[in-house]
Design a protein around this ligand. Structure first.
Ligand code: COA
Length: 192
């Protein structure tokens, strides 16, 4: 049996309109959007405690690192990096990273975040819809999974809407800056 992953080419460009009338495009980012993506990620860490990076850690990002990040997804189409672009500005992203080792290549780990000003407009739902279609077409990924902070009710509801199921909980796995310990829930979906 070959250990090489099959070549996969899936081009994503989705156009929508938000309830506000603004245009939403879901697509892969260009290398010259590294600065915009970095600023978006940094702002997200200031706006939400549901992400792993602290704002201070996010300040350690730089444009060249972000460019490498985008390039690594462009060069390896077995992974997915999507941005949500509203009226020309990056306001959200979604990643799926395929398992690195042969024994994990049938699974992909997902991450998603959107800038606070753009919450509750259906952008998360549209990113998830695009991701699920991509995963269904993927030659090897059969399972999409991730971990979510246990009190992130909105995100968990979004995932349940797509039939993701909870399959485990790591008690106290997250320590917030104020000392609070929060459980991490693992969720997954079989996409084939
Ligand atoms: C979680 C997140 C990605 C959702 O994105 P969004 O664009 O606001 O989501 P949508 O507008 O598509 O709404 C998704 C669903 O959330 C649910 N929802 C909205 N508000 C809710 C609330 N207060 N409580 C529970 N569920 C809620 C609804 O079911 C909605 O789906 P529906 O309107 O189609 O029924 C976004 O809030 C975010 O980036 N949060 C901060 C970062 C984060 O938590 N990332 C996930 C880490 S695992």
């Amino acid at each position: 049996m070959s250990l090489q992953a099959p070549v996969f080419c899936y081009i994503v460009v989705m156009h929508h309109f938000l309830p506000t009338g603004q245009s939403l495009v879901i697509r892969t980012p260009e290398l010259d959007e590294a600065g915009a993506l970095m600023h978006c990620l940094q702002q997200m860490t200031r706006e939400s405690d549901f992400l792993l990076h602290t704002p201070e850690e996010a300040l350690g990002m730089d444009i060249s690192g972000e460019r490498d990040f985008i390039k690594s997804y462009r060069d390896q189409p077995q992974h997915l990096l999507l941005v949500a672009v509203v009226d020309g500005f990056i306001v959200g992203y979604l990643t799926v990273t395929q398992g690195r080792f042969y024994k994990q290549m049938h699974s992909g780990e997902m991450g998603i975040a959107i800038l606070r000003n753009y919450w509750n407009l259906g952008i998360g739902r549209r990113l998830m819809t695009t991701m699920v279609r991509w995963a269904e077409e993927h030659p090897t990924i059969e399972i999409v999974h991730f971990q979510v902070f246990a009190h992130n009710e909105k995100a968990i509801q979004l995932y349940r809407n797509f039939n993701f199921q909870e399959c485990g909980r790591l008690p106290g796995a997250i320590r917030q800056k104020d000392g609070r310990r929060i459980d991490l829930i693992t969720m997954y979906k079989n996409v084939k």
